[in-house]
Write a protein that binds this ligand. Sequence first.
Ligand code: UDP
Length: 474
Amino acid sequence: MRKMGGDECHHPLHIFFFPFLASGHIIPTVDMAKSFAAKGVKATIITTPLNAPLISKAIQKSKTTIHIQTIEFPNVEDGLPKGCENMDSLPSPFLVPTFIKATRLFQEPFEQLLLQQHPNCVIADVLFPWATDSTAKFAIPRLVFHGTSFFSLCANECIRLYNPCKNVSSDTETFIIPNLPGQIKLTRMQMPGTDFFKFLEEVTESEVRSYGVVVNSFYELEGVYADHYRNVIGRKAWHIGPLSLCSRNDNIKQKATRGKEASIDQYECLKWLDTKKQNSVVYICFGSMPRFPGFLLREIAMGLEASGKPFIWVVREGGEEDASDELLNIEERLQGKGLIIKGWAPQVLILEHEAIGAFVTHCGWNSTLEAVVAGVPIVTWPIVAEQFYNEKLVTEVLQIGVPVGAKKWGPLEEDRVKWDEVEKALRKIMEGEEAEEIRNKAKVLSKQAMHAVEEGGSSCSDLNALIDELGLLN
Ligand code: UDP
């Protein structure tokens, strides 16, 4: 007998969580597993041997038990460096399609696991479209986890269905996304290429055949788009976020190891922030992936310097384009004006600090939502994936951010945001009346985010409803 609502149960539901191998996917999936486990579900995260230690560290001190099951990374020879089991460590963004292709070979070992353990449900990443077929073989419901906003799920679907790009005569002419509430305008230049849309067809097809979609969002943030996704686009969906809040009661040390071990002592970082005025510091981080080319690092450095704001700036080293000389110059030039973290920052801890006044982000959905949770205004600098959609949500729908002026989807080399645009955006988001209004709106959303995951809140209720429904199926 299973008691519903996720409370104590005699035979708990067993759910497999299968994240794509990249920090931006693993982090929210681990949080999701924790959220389900806190409601009595038996949670097993599927990953590869090299990713397992990162996950076990993240769940080590968790109050709930979470299981990890490893499967070997497919042994491929077409260009992936040996031992590269996480997209964060790809030496070039051009290897992303090869990496995604390699993960298709997970299908067979994954099906072996399904056969052995027969979980009650699988929540598998959107980048594993084949998982719908795998689960169907064993009559196990599959839920899709996209890791993005309702807004961008809707935008993608409207663009896929109506192809508005064909009605414009140039890459810079704007079009309105058809059938999407809010008259949202984009240009062809802000869209991914045709390969992406081919993959999207496959993803959509597997999503339509899946049991439904779980979304890391909350109703108060984007209710119009949550309704649109369910009622107009017709997907069965549950909003269960912000998932990062499942660790809200963790201590400083635990928060500092979210995703990876931080490259700076968390206490030192917080001590430095303590010396700064409220809302005065800019935090700059572009998620887990991109390494910026030297010339862009220079533009950011000059923009920061011109703005006169103290900052914490996360830069990533290595990759094909070595910008270490440029970085040395920058460190010298900006000495004493801020902190440069080379590697991994304790992002959630930093955003929570009252000295942070703005977040310059690439609009990855986790970062965007973490800013919302912290009530921090955003400077949007989208680069790839669905980030240009998230920019629209932040700047036009929610009005909690200003765009830096990124114009082109894809390799950073081609979109040359200039230092004066960086300076202008920072002044706009941190100085004057408009900045005050933006900050107030951000604070309101932050409160609503906290409430959403509490007992009786919209996300907590949706999570309970999902667990109840899965309980009835089994
Ligand atoms: N992150 C972090 N420290 C870093 C860089 C990223 O903790 O130095 C975390 C961040 O808090 C977020 C995730 O990594 O949870 C990045 O996800 P997002 O969707 O923002 O971007 P992606 O990396 O997927 O492009």
